[in-house]
Design a protein around this ligand. Structure first.
Ligand SMILES: *[C@@H]1O[C@H](CO)[C@@H](O)[C@H](O)[C@H]1NC(C)=O
Ligand SMILES: *[C@@H]1O[C@H](CO)[C@@H](O)[C@H](O)[C@H]1NC(C)=O
Ligand SMILES: *[C@@H]1O[C@H](CO)[C@@H](O)[C@H](O)[C@H]1NC(C)=O
Length: 803
């Protein structure tokens, strides 16, 4: 008996040593270090481990493990017939080729997925794979059920859809030769507080309402026209409808969707057809638990409750269905739900589509005018993609998908292909791995189904968990000293007995055996984590997990962690190393190989501007950001990609216009203006020349909120742009002008220079004269003499001078 004190000490020691073991473990042979004591345990260690069931195996070898790589066992003298080495395998049971046309000759015998039945034999940890092909068959039958909100606000819509049947049949006729249309309507539960219940409103809930005084009593859901190819009947029935009125803003539409989905016979959904359920409303729906307001506590049971008048009879006894129930029932019945809602509700219903698979949302005009385009667009959208779903996925089986879409490039981690044309075939590579062995006798199976298709692939799984030799086990065999069971080459001793042949009794520890319990000379006995008894290490139990190995050198808890979780919860810890489940890689299995989250709307990995690392895009292109690097105003191609959106959204031209990609790729808000402000900070100005030689200008701005806004001119600028002759003349003219200007400038410079020189000359000259005037040597060449004369002539005296 060990004292608790020693135990504590050992636990402490084991933690100190943990790091060391991690390093030792990397160099170990995973099969032999696992110290499997039975064939079954050996198979579980790793898919590459085999077991030797030969009785005299291992004599004279230092390493005596019967669990090893198959080739090692053979080298060590195990005969091939004694080696137990089951592997995973796959066989195809049914493989009917894909059909090419739906409503053609062999109607109702259409195959859109191949193969149809596969059987897998899985060894835990071992991988196997199978291929699978899906094709959207041409001219496949289509069922459309139009489910309409008949609350008062939908009155104008009702007027618009009176001839919907004929028009829709005409448009759908271009897409399929086999089309049926049905009709149903809903308001809300006829009880307080959802509807008006006072006696005066019983017959006419609009009584006293001035704008529209007449309407029919409130109802939950009414199925009016079963799916039919006689579209005139649709028009007739719609003509007869009248609106009703409820009290609160939300409507009881989800009750109606559920009934329309599950009442297969009444609605008349065909097995071999696309099922489209168009849900037209202008308000939010009531959700599960809202029923409590009216005292309804019974959750929806997911069943059909139509009475003989084709009305939903459990309207006032059951709560509204939950989103999960709705999603489940829609998928079960292969129904695509199209929310046709007014613009105000787009975001709310968009959020629902994320929670209910196989749904889309489209914006319905206030008066339902665009309902036909909307249905056609939704139909094309649905038919342009294939998305696989897995049903009844067993917990211990991991599946990973690689899609190969129309461009032939394998996309690992992806379960869907988009942008397909009818008739395109896409293929998927499904790799399967079983993680553990289920309890004996449980057979597992699962189904792979493209969303909305009735076609499916059934996969049955059986497990390679047992060894053939176990069937020949001998109780109290003489090989085991008659106190143990001989099984697959080893003895399973009765409690209290030990040793390869049950030759020791527990407790008789003798020192002569101790060396066999050391991994190497100088190492601790049983790595300090076990006791040596009869040649064997008996490993201690640990609070952290299991300690194992011939020398107790392994455990299942000293592995890399991520946020404190061993192997990130995505792998098994084996002797210091994480063995990751399929779909994860990395030392601590924290990196998902799933890449579907990195595929941008245009189908490229990280929009071609980055790489997918552990399921997240790392944008490489400078300036790119967003979950899939889809935003990048400063990228060289930013103007190019946005130009396509401007062309298709504003002018219905360009190469996105003729297919449905425009709606999907161009979600930016587009504002049209008369004159474009180009100085907005952060906005990129783009311009391009249109086919008719006009110039289209727009700016592209990414808001911090994640919304990108394109501000574009209403019309391209055409202002009779300059022609070639004008340009030539202008160029020649400007060259001449420049020449003349240069000459003039030269002339000016020369003139100024001359003037200046002349002025200088002048001033020099005048200075010279002045200086001459003041020369002391200079003598005036003219002299003046005065002569005194005193003539008295005529009585006067005269003074005169000569100069
Ligand atoms: C829709 O979902 C987004 C994100 O999940 C959330 O921010 C937004 O408030 C939701 N909108 C509505 C109307 O529920
Ligand atoms: C399918 O995937 C597995 C591994 O996941 C691979 O070994 C196999 O070659 C792939 N098959 C095809 C046809 O690409
Ligand atoms: C549809 O649009 C995409 C845009 O990426 C284009 O590559 C493709 O050629 C278009 N298809 C047709 C049929 O025009």
């Amino acid at each position: 008996m060990r004292s608790p004190g020693t135990r504590m000490w050992r636990v402490a020691l084991c933690c100190v040593l943990m790091e060391t073991f991690v390093h030792i473990a990397r160099g170990l042979n995973i099969c032999t270090s696992g110290s499997a004591t039975s064939c079954e345990e050996c198979l579980l260690i790793h898919p590459s481990c085999a077991w030797c069931a030969q009785e005299d195996f291992g004599k004279g070898w230092t390493v005596t493990s019967r669990c090893d790589f198959s080739q090692n066992l053979q080298k060590r003298g195990c005969e091939a017939r004694f080696i137990e080495y089951p592997t995973s395998s796959m066989s195809i049971l049914q493989n009917t080729p894909l059909s090419s046309k739906g409503s053609g000759s062999a109607q109702y015998d259409v195959t859109q997925i191949m193969p149809q039945r596969v059987s897998l034999s899985l060894r835990p940890g071992g991988q196997t794979w199978f291929g699978l092909q899906v094709r959207q068959v041409e001219d496949y039958p289509v069922d459309i059920y139009y489910l309409m909100d008949l609350s008062l606000s939908m009155k104008d819509d009702l007027d618009t859809i009176r001839n919907l049947g004929t028009k829709l049949a005409y448009e759908m006729g271009k897409l399929t030769s086999n089309f049926r249309l049905g009709f149903g309507s809903f308001v809300d539960k006829n009880m307080s507080p959802f509807s008006y219940t006072a006696p005066k409103y019983q017959e006419n809930p609009c009584s006293g309402y001035k704008l529209f005084p007449n309407c029919v009593p409130t109802f939950g859901f009414r199925h009016i026209l079963s799916l039919t190819d006689k579209v005139d009947r649709f028009n007739e029935e719609v003509q007869k409808q009248m609106v009703s009125r409820n009290r609160d803003a939300p409507e009881g539409g989800f009750d109606a969707i559920l009934q329309a989905a599950v009442c297969k016979e009444e609605i008349g959904w065909r097995k071999e057809a696309y099922h489209l359920l168009v849900f037209a409303t202008d308000d939010v729906p009531h959700l599960a638990l809202d029923g409590r307001l009216g005292g309804l506590v019974q959750p929806h049971d997911g069943q059909c409750h139509l009475n003989d008048k084709n009305e939903y009879s459990a309207s006032t006894t059951m709560d509204y269905p939950s989103l999960a129930l709705l999603g489940e029932k829609l998928a079960e019945n292969n129904i695509f739900l199209i929310f046709a809602v007014t613009k105000r509700l787009y975001v709310i219903y968009k959020n629902f589509t994320a929670l209910i698979p196989g749904t889309t949302v489209e914006i319905l005009d206030q008066d339902s005018k665009n309902v036909i385009q909307l249905i056609i667009a939704a139909y094309n959208n649905i038919r342009s993609k294939v998305e696989l779903t897995v049903w009844d996925h067993p917990e211990d089986i991991s599946l990973s998908f690689t899609a190969t879409c129309q461009d032939g490039k394998p996309l690992p981690g992806l379960m869907k292909c988009a942008d397909l044309k009818i008739g395109d075939t896409v293929s998927f590579n499904v790799s399967v791995e079983a993680r553990s062995c289920p309890p004996r006798g449980t057979d597992q199976s699962f189904t792979i189904k493209p969303v909305g298709f009735k076609d499916r692939l059934e996969v049955t799984v059986d497990y390679q968990c047992d060894c053939g030799c176990s069937r020949k086990a001998q109780l109290n065999s003489r090989i085991c000293s008659s106190i143990g069971t001989y099984n697959c080459g080893t003895c399973l001793c009765e409690p209290g007995y030990l040793g390869a042949h049950c030759e020791c009794q527990e407790g008789e520890v003798s020192s002569m055996y101790l060396s066999a319990c050391r991994e190497a000379e100088g190492k601790q006995v049983c790595s300090g984590r076990g006791e040596c008894s009869c040649n064997q290490c008996l490993c201690y139990e640990s609070e952290f997990g299991k300690i194992y190995g011939s020398f107790c050198e392994c455990d299942d808890f000293s592995c890399p962690r991520h946020k404190g979780i061993l192997c990130s919860g995505h792998g098994e810890c084996h002797c210091g190393e994480c063995k990751c489940h399929a779909g994860y890689i990395g030392d601590n299995c924290d990196c998902s190989t799933e890449t579907s989250s990195c595929i941008s709307d245009d189908g490229q990995m990280c929009s071609g501007r980055g790489s997918c690392v552990c399921g997240r895009c790392q944008c490489i292109e400078p300036g790119a950001f967003g979950d899939t690097c889809e935003k990048c105003p400063t990228c060289p191609d930013a103007c190019g990609t946005k130009r396509d959106c401007i062309e298709c959204r504003l002018f219905k031209s360009g190469h996105l216009a003729d297919n449905q990609t425009c709606q999907r790729l161009c979600k930016d808000e587009i504002i049209t203006v008369e004159t474009l402000k180009t100085d907005e900070p952060g906005a990129v100005l783009c311009l391009y020349k249109t086919d008719d030689d006009c110039v289209m200008k727009f700016t592209y701005l990414e808001h911090a909120s994640g919304q990108s806004v394109l501000t574009a001119l209403k019309e391209p600028e055409c202002g009779g742009g300059p022609d070639a002759m004008m340009v030539l003349l202008a160029v020649v003219g400007s060259i001449l002008l420049v020449g003349v200007a240069l000459l003039a400038a030269w002339k000016l410079v020369i003139t100024v220079h001359d003037r200046r020189e002349f002025a200088r000359f002048q001033s020099a000259r005048s200075r010279a004269r002045y200086e001459m005037a003041s020369n002391p040597l200079y003598k005036q060449p003219v002299s003046t003499h005065f002569v005194e004369t005193d003539f008295n002539m005529y009585g006067r005296s005269y003074n005169g001078g000569v100069h």
